[in-house]
Design a binder for this molecule. Structure first.
Ligand SMILES: O=C(O)CCC(=O)C(=O)O
Length: 313
């Protein structure tokens, strides 16, 4: 399969507005992605409390096939074009969303670019849980981003609470059918309204390789937010153990900062396979059930791993 390359127009749209919708991008892959998605959630066997969002972090790191999404010529081509060919895989999560997601932004990246690739496994429309974005709100150096964040009540106004009702905020709806992919700058203001009780979404986040001490510090701060999940490395055992040289290059920028987590989490947490936790994103508090799987770092003690590779670039 040839490596995917977005058009110059798509790149310009992403830069200016902070998102891209790619209809049918993963149409040929949805069957196995859905099977793997359901298998991961089934493996955790946790009883989902009613009306609680479920999230599995290090999601694509859980199985060899899901890991190989990073080797997919379309995903790799898209990330290379948006972030540079030396981009770093940051994290991923699988979600069973329930209802609305309030307006929020995932980060406030000042230097470099971080993008989240969102794959919704079911049709989601404007009023049935698709991603709503506020175009242009990702450019933090522009005053508009602050105004929009204030208006969306994500940042408390210095002068008092805003009177804007979240549901009336103007937005662009990224409606999505199975096989579509939405990509958005993680600074962008986003939300969803009207979704059902088992809205399936897989998200992969990657960033441009840090080019300065400031960018390294920014990455380290982002990583430190994963400490509360008991993680000792950002990437999972399977992800690292099945990585060829090309994938390893995309694990490196984040893996190099793993010391932020190492040694900070107790060994008890390493043995934890599933736990309930509160996930706090900037500006919104979401009750979540967080599950993760931990293991030995294959970099420190390599062992042969049978590789089931779906994509070879
Ligand atoms: O689909 C949703 O409800 C929100 C998704 C989201 O906020 C995210 O992936 O950062």
């Amino acid at each position: 399969m040839q490596q995917y390359k977005p058009s110059d127009e798509q790149l310009a749209l992403f830069k200016a507005f902070g998102f891209l919708k790619l209809p049918g991008f993963l149409r040929d892959d949805m069957r196995w992605i859905e099977t793997e998605f359901e298998n991961v959630f089934e493996n955790y066997e946790f009883e989902r409390e009613q009306n609680k969002r479920a999230i599995v972090i290090q999601f694509i790191d859980q199985t060899e096939l899901l890991c190989s999404l990073l080797d997919h010529p379309k995903i790799d081509g898209l990330l290379s074009a948006l972030l540079g060919s030396d981009y770093g895989y940051f994290s991923s999560d699988g979600n069973l969303y329930v209802g609305d997601t309030p307006w929020h932004f995932d980060a406030s990246i000042q230097k470099g670019v971080y993008v989240k690739l969102g794959i919704y496994l079911d049709f989601v429309g404007q009023d049935s849980g698709c991603l709503r974005v506020i175009p242009g709100s990702h450019i933090l150096s522009d005053r508009y981003a602050t105004l929009a964040r204030n208006a969306a009540a994500v940042v408390p106004l210095a002068t008092g609470p805003t009177e804007i009702v979240p549901g009336t905020i103007p937005f662009f709806a990224l409606e999505s059918s199975p096989g579509d992919l939405v990509a958005f700058n993680i600074n962008i203001l986003h939300s969803s309204f009207g979704g059902g009780a088992r809205r399936r979404m897989l998200a992969v986040t990657a960033g441009s390789k840090p080019k300065s001490a400031e960018e390294v510090n920014q990455l380290r701060t982002m990583i430190s937010q994963y400490e509360r999940f008991g993680l000792e490395t950002m990437h999972g055992t399977v992800m690292k153990g099945t990585a060829d040289a090309r994938r390893r290059r995309h694990l490196e920028p984040v893996a190099q900062c793993d010391d932020v987590l190492m040694g900070r989490s107790g060994s008890e947490s390493l043995r934890t396979r599933a736990r309930s936790c509160e996930l706090q994103s900037e500006g919104s508090l979401v009750d979540s059930r967080v599950a993760f799987q931990m293991g030995r770092d294959p970099y420190s003690q390599p062992e042969p791993v049978p590789v089931k590779r779906r994509f070879q670039i």
